[in-house]
Each structure stands twice: as C-alpha cells, then as structure tokens.
Write a protein that binds this ligand. Structure first.
Ligand code: UDP
Ligand code: MG
Length: 176
C-alpha cells in the first residue's frame, strides 16, 4: 500500500528572503507542486526578531544562530520578507523535506530545491531558499507560530473563539 492511503498531514514551508530576492518563488512553488500536496494557507510576512528567534529556538546555541536570525529577517537581501505556506496531504512532511534536499546546499541532491538554488555565503550561512518542517511535532509548533486558525482553510488543530477588544487597521473609506 502506498502512503497515499495514510493519514493527512501538514507541514510549514517558508520561502526564505534569498528565494524571494532571486525571483525564485514561481520556480519553488512549481517544484513543490510535484508533491501533489494541497496549499491550505499562504501569506507574506515581515519577520520580527522575536518570530525568527522563536522559529529557530532549538538552534539558539549554534555558532551561526545570530546570522541565521538576520538571514530569516532578510537583513542580507533586498526582499525583507518570507512567503509562509501550509501544505497538506499524505506524507506532507517527508515529501517536502525530500524535495527540499539536505540542509547544506553543497551536499543537497543537485535536483533538489536547495541543490538547485541554495548557496553557502562567505560568512558560512547556508542560504538554502526554503524551510520545511522536520517532524509532526515541529510542524504543529511552527504552523501555530506562523498562522492563526482563520488564516488556514482547514481546522488542522483544535481552535476556540475568544472575546478580544483590540485596535486594528482598516481600509480608509473613499468617496465614490
Ligand atoms: N544552517 C546554517 N548552517 C548550519 C546549519 C544550518 O546556516 O551549519 C541554517 C540553514 O539555513 C538551515 C537552518 O539553519 O536551513 C536551520 O537548520 P536545521 O538544522 O534545522 O536545518 P533544516 O531543518 O532547515 O534542514
Ligand atoms: Mg530544521
């Protein structure tokens, strides 16, 4: 039996600032469509330092952590944002990780996304154009970090409605 019969699964994908700055968004989305997974959410995000640090908190003690946080925030690139997506379908985590390729773009399979488009900077940061969740627990943590329930077209995790009193920006009404 193939894993097509397996349970639905979801994974977080980020097209990192180098992917956006190099106009690779279309190419990367086309490669991801090979998986036949479904996009359940997508948005452009200006990444705050707090969001970048929370996303990569397990790497806090690594020597490259500071550069990694600046990289995800777009400090080294013209497009200071990421495109965040949730892909849903059987085997989503494994399928996207395989297509993304190894973390080190020099070691990644040449026809993987990172093998095709990634590079190592002179500072030693792996600019590997894409993030993909590595397991079910990380996928849940990351999806909940980047998206609110109503930004995803499916109820992937239990959600509840709470009363909030908050200010928000709205479009200025113009006379017609
Ligand atoms: N990274 C790096 N140098 C390293 C290892 C990782 O610059 O030696 C960066 C790279 O951009 C990678 C990210 O840190 O995508 C997160 O690392 P992780 O080990 O989680 O790899 P991934 O899950 O992205 O393959
Ligand atoms: Mg990782």
């Amino acid at each position: 039996m193939t894993d097509e019969a397996g349970p639905k699964e979801q994974t977080l994908v980020l097209i990192k600032p180098d992917g956006l700055s190099k106009s690779l968004t279309g190419n990367i989305l086309t490669r991801l469509s090979e998986t036949k997974l479904e996009i359940a959410a997508a948005k452009c995000v200006h990444v705050s330092r707090a969001l970048a640090e929370e996303h990569y908190k397990s790497l806090r003690d690594k020597p490259f952590f500071e550069e990694l946080i600046e990289y995800l925030q777009g400090k080294f690139h013209s497009r200071k944002k990421v495109l965040a997506l949730v892909y849903v379908g059987p085997g989503a985590i494994r399928k996207v990780r395989e297509l993304a390729g190894a973390t080190n773009p020099e070691e990644a399979d040449a026809v993987s996304i990172r093998g095709q488009y990634g590079r190592i900077t002179t500072k030693g940061v792996y600019e590997n154009v894409i993030h993909a969740s590595s397991n079910v627990q990380e996928a849940e943590r990351e999806i909940k970090l980047w998206f609110e329930p109503d930004e995803i077209i499916y109820d992937l995790y239990p959600a509840e409605t709470v009363e909030v009193k908050a200010k928000k920006r709205v479009w200025v009404k113009t006379q017609k």
